[in-house]
Design a protein around this ligand. Structure first.
Ligand code: BG6
Length: 520
């Protein structure tokens, strides 16, 4: 493998550059559903990373809100979470200073009477700490509570503050189909103006996802080729080795299409396909993404296939099938794998198929986008395919590795050094994120939390975007719900998914790329 590397010393890099304009105003971040895993594993470690990098204001409070009466134990649990999942040392004085900002308030999300108490608590903290500033509400609860919380905040006038900004961050899933997403949007927008709403998709916090925009629009060489004249097809894969990890009840209601395809994969697709935005402002970027989604014609149900894993072996370990997982219906019809083909009907992409697949309990964990270019018009080396040295002269392939092994590689044909004949072999030119920039300790939420606190919506979904993507998938979900698959489970854990997914792509003369990551 040919490797093109330019070393950047980690000490030359401030991974989150300090810039006074990027420090939010003093304020309070209220996290609903704070006793859940997300807060301990991701949000608090990310907030601590920001604090350590001096990117949070000194006057800043984090209030966890959940049903259980946790009191002071909450701050202790968060400290332990930061040490376990974040970049922190137990004796770091910055950690002690940070933990002092953490408080807790017990509340029943669906009891409107409790919100008056929360309001008084916020006012008390603000007075005590001399804080009159922003209030951001982060909804990390189960989705059935989103509307209750929004209504409760609205009833107490908490959507506005007299001396700062107020905003709401809403975790996925944002609705479970088009109607429910519309209804939730209406409820949210009845209380918060769209400019105050941050619908979060953690994929957009990943450096490599943001790098898609840089790769396309800060480099001149690929953009002229980035269209139907040169690109044969695009594959996007989100492969996971994990199963449902104790989230049976949630996953039973979700399935792969709702859990990953409608949101994370559509974000990836939009960044691959969008037209150059006129600036990196929220409005421009979100407008271009919406244009992509709107240009996708309805996806025929025949172009979408589903699968469910049975028992098998992943990473050398024997694992149960989905139906044997904790709190999963033993006859469940929920899909743990989905694959589909879609098209984008605009001048750039007409006729270029996009193949998407997402699955749990696959042999490798890898999120990748591969752009397969067309074959050269004339293959003057075709006779060498018979030599057996390199069986195929393969078309150029650009692979954007989102995770793990973050990087980009370009496959091209090179001459094998031999005097006997002209033998062509595919080789890779590889850019590896970690070896150039060092391994980042950030978990992706740093950027998203900071942007939400600063009021920058560029990396968050707009109401129209969420409704458009749900509009594409709701007919498929309805058709699937109407007909329970008789063949489930139809792939073994540790395999690359059901045979119907292979047929879907083979119909067009293509094949899934299954050997993902740096070794491909
Ligand atoms: C979440 C899904 O949104 O994304 C999970 O609910 C999935 O089921 C996860 O495992 C994948 O995220 P990542 O960052 O691990 O690729």
């Amino acid at each position: 493998m040919a490797t093109v590397q330019m070393k950047v010393r980690p000490e030359d890099l401030s991974l989150v550059p300090k810039n006074d304009e990027r420090i939010p105003a003093a304020g309070i971040l209220v996290i609903f559903g704070a006793s859940g895993d997300l807060t301990k594993r991701k949000l608090l470690p990310a907030l601590f990373h920001l604090w350590k990098a001096d990117l949070l204001p000194q006057k800043f409070s984090i209030i966890g809100v959940a049903r259980r009466p946790l009191g002071e134990k909450f701050a202790e649990e968060m400290r332990a979470g930061i040490l376990e999942f974040g970049d922190a040392q137990a004796d770091d004085p910055k950690l002690d200073a940070f933990v002092k900002n953490i408080g807790y308030y017990a509340l029943n999300f669906d009891d409107p009477a409790h919100y008056a108490g929360l309001k008084s608590e916020l006012e008390r903290i603000e007075k005590e700490r001399g804080l009159c500033g922003d209030r951001i509400f982060y909804l990390a609860t189960a989705p059935e509570f989103f509307s209750h919380i929004i209504d409760g905040l609205g009833a107490q006038g908490l959507a506005h503050t007299h001396c700062g900004r107020s905003g709401v961050v809403i975790e996925k899933p944002f609705g479970h189909d088009l109607d429910s997403a519309r209804e939730l949007n209406t409820r949210v927008n009845a209380v918060f103006h769209e400019s105050q709403v941050f619908r979060i998709d953690h994929y957009l916090g990943k450096e490599t996802v943001q790098n898609l925009l840089v790769f396309r629009f800060a480099n001149g060489i690929f953009e002229p080729l980035w269209n139907r004249n040169y690109i044969d097809h695009v594959q996007i894969t989100v492969a996971e080795t994990l199963g449902v990890e104790g989230r049976g009840p949630f996953y039973e209601q979700a399935g792969a299409l709702r859990d990953v395809v409608q949101n994370h994969m559509m974000e990836l697709l939009s960044l691959v396909a969008l037209e150059p935005p006129s600036s990196f402002e929220a409005e421009s970027v979100r407008r271009e993404k919406l244009k992509v989604w709107k240009a996708i014609p309805s996806i025929p149900v025949l172009n979408a296939v589903r699968g469910q894993y049975g028992p098998g072996t992943v990473g050398g370990e024997q694992v149960p099938g989905y139906r044997q997982e904790d709190r999963v219906n033993p006859e469940s019809g929920t899909e743990t794998y989905a694959a589909l083909k879609l098209e984008i009907e605009n001048w750039r992409w007409a006729g270029v198929p996009f193949y998407l697949r997402a699955g749990k309990r696959l042999p490798q964990r890898a999120t990748e986008i591969s752009i397969q270019f067309k074959q050269p018009p004339l293959l003057i080396f075709d006779q060498l395919q018979r030599t057996g040295v390199c069986p195929m002269i393969e078309p150029n392939l650009l692979t954007l590795r989102i995770q793990p092994d973050e990087g980009i590689s370009l496959r091209f044909g090179a001459k094998v050094p031999t005097t006997m004949e002209m033998t062509v072999c595919p080789v890779n030119m590889d850019f590896d994120y970690a070896s150039v920039f060092g391994k980042s300790k950030a978990n992706g939420y740093e950027r998203l939390l900071l942007d939400a606190m600063l009021g920058d919506q560029t990396l968050f979904s707009h109401r129209d975007g969420v409704e458009t993507t749900w509009g594409l998938y709701t007919p498929i979900l309805d058709a699937w719900a109407a007909k329970k698959p008789s063949s489930f489970p139809n792939y073994a854990a540790g395999s690359w998914g059901p045979a119907c997914a292979d047929h879907l792509i083979e119909r067009d003369g293509h094949a899934w790329r299954n050997n993902l990551g740096k070794r491909s």
